[in-house]
Design a binder for this molecule. Structure first.
Ligand code: ASP
Length: 319
């Protein structure tokens, strides 16, 4: 058996040490993933997860999160959850306390979180409010290439298209959903994902992070995988499930992630943006792939004092 190990996407480092502490004390992969992601959700300088996450087009923060356990393939997820700072814990409560269901969204997810006694809090920070206000101001820019012959309808059409493109374009700086995958001492695997989703998304939009097979999949026979980035593409190719199927077919983790990204890249997508994936096998092998050079993932093993960064295999962003 490979010793316990925990891996995560960019910016998961703030939580991995706490996750590894749990694994070192023979805690479960599920507890380790939840503890690691809660710390990421508390990191206000991270604008893609939890408190400080960027809001939807109406200025409201809506969070998606999920957990999946490898031996049972039990899944718990929440989508478009408002007002609760730790969506990963609500997702876990769905898994633990609502075995007749896998996924709750919106008002129902909030009702359930209240029933479970989770604390509510304001998720918009001064900085995320400022970033939202700046993005709205940018909507007034003139439409490039608009000629004298354009009708008011042409102009409106182009403005709407450009505004939408801007909304779905990743914000500058380190961005994206946080994925954490843990293998515990007993050999159990767990995948967790948490995000505020694409900035300025359509209200009510739920991304890959809440969905089994799309942003999160875990099967103890073959491995666990998770996605970050353009969630609609992860949904269209069943990204995380595809990576696990490729592990089952004998591919190494980084190659399985890269093959899934190649598949996503072959599809038409006018909002084409980077998609990234990570995978960990039950024997402790791990790897990742990304659409941009320089993208890394973090790994922490039992004897490490802190997470180490490893490069991902690069597959160019789609057309
Ligand atoms: N995958 C997330 C989503 O589509 C976004 C991201 O990772 O940036 O909601």
């Amino acid at each position: 058996m490979a010793g316990p190990v925990i891996i995560g996407s960019e910016r998961s480092e703030v939580g991995l040490t706490a996750g590894m502490d749990i694994l070192r004390h023979r805690g479960s992969a599920l507890d380790a993933v939840e503890a690691a992601l809660r710390l990421c959700e508390d990191n206000e300088s991270d604008h893609y997860v939890g408190t400080g996450g960027l809001p939807n087009a109406r200025g409201e923060v809506e969070l998606d999160a999920s957990v999946m356990v490898g031996s049972t393939r039990a899944f718990g997820g929440v989508g478009a959850l408002r007002g609760f700072p730790h969506p990963i814990s609500v997702a876990r409560a769905v898994l633990d306390r609502l075995p007749q269901h896998c996924l709750l969204v919106g008002e129902g997810a909030e009702l359930f979180a209240d029933e479970c006694g989770f604390d509510r809090s304001e998720l918009l920070t001064a900085e995320s409010r400022r970033l939202y206000a700046d993005a709205l101001a940018a909507e007034d820019e003139p439409v490039e290439g608009e000629g004298a012959h354009a009708t008011a309808g042409d102009r409106r059409y182009r403005e709407t298209t450009r505004a939408l493109m801007r909304r779905f374009t990743p914000h500058d700086g380190p961005w994206g959903t946080i994925n954490v995958i843990a293998l515990d001492e007993s050999g159990e695997l767990c995948v967790g994902v948490s995000t505020s989703g694409y900035p300025w998304k359509y209200p009510g939009r739920v991304g890959d992070s809440a969905l089994p097979g799309a942003g999160n999949y875990c099967d103890l026979r073959y491995g666990g995988a998770a996605c970050t980035g353009r969630g609609e593409m992860a949904m269209r190719v069943s990204g995380a499930r595809r990576v696990v199927d490729l592990l089952a077919a004998g591919m190494a983790p980084a190659q399985a992630c890269a093959a899934m990204l190649e598949d996503a890249r072959s599809l038409p997508d006018p909002f084409s943006a980077e998609l990234r994936a990570l995978a960990l096998t039950p024997d402790g092998r791990h790897g990742g792939a990304a659409g941009l050079l320089g993208s890394m993932y973090a790994v922490m093993t039992k004897d490490a004092r802190q997470p180490e960064l490893r490069p991902r295999v690069v597959v160019e962003v789609g057309r």
